[in-house]
Write a protein that binds this ligand. Structure first.
Ligand code: AMP
Length: 188
């Protein structure tokens, strides 16, 4: 069983590469951002709660996010493994994920961290805004806040996995195929 944390700042290409990994390794893709957006679209209580955080580029509180992720993961009892995309984004989330997986006799295999510089992230997100319909992609100051939140709250999570010798940094610049190949090479 392979359980991957696909990591990186907003616009690094996590969603795109997660699709490639799903195809190749037959994994369940859990994107907390996608699950929140689905709830917002459906107007659920969770969606209503998450909306103001997401639209402003701030993190949804840990407790809400962790409960949601555990509920979703528990639905897939026969999974070959998981790709966690956009989760964990804080150290408490990383600790909760380890505890959750341990209870199920599983663990994270590796964290694959896509590395892309800020100017390229901004350019990619503004381009994505043309088609994504996401309020948080359309406004440059919100994009800047998302990148700052990543640096302040999320980047330390890489250190958490580094201590477990599970961190692999991958150059996130290049064609989609080139980057997929780099990920495949690390996963083996
Ligand atoms: P993403 O689709 O991964 O870019 O996530 C979009 C937004 O959803 C983020 O800017 C946060 O507001 C929220 N979000 C997604 N994942 C998490 C998480 N693990 N913890 C807290 N907030 C999250």
């Amino acid at each position: 069983m392979i359980n991957i944390v696909l990591f990186g700042p907003p616009g690094a290409g996590k969603g795109t590469q997660a699709e490639r990994l799903v195809e190749k390794y037959n994994l369940v893709h859990l994107s907390t951002g996608d699950i929140f957006r689905r709830n917002m679209k459906e107007g659920t209580e969770l969606g209503k709660l998450a909306k103001s955080y997401i639209d402003n580029g701030n993190l949804v509180p840990d407790e809400v996010t962790i409960n949601m992720l555990e509920d979703e993961a528990s639905k897939h009892t026969n999974a070959n493994g998981f790709i966690f995309d956009g989760f964990p984004r804080t150290e408490p989330q990383a600790e909760a994920l380890d505890a959750f997986l341990e209870k199920k006799g599983m663990e994270i295999t590796s964290m694959l961290a896509l590395v892309v510089e800020d100017a390229e992230l901004k350019a990619r997100l503004l381009k994505r805004a043309e088609t994504s319909g996401r309020a948080d992609d359309a406004d440059e100051s919100i994009i800047e806040n998302r990148i700052q939140v990543y640096k302040d709250e999320t980047a330390p999570v890489a250190g958490y996995y580094n201590k477990q010798n599970k961190l692999y940094e991958i150059d996130g610049i290049g064609s989609i195929d080139e980057i997929s190949q780099r990920l495949f090479d690390v996963i083996g």
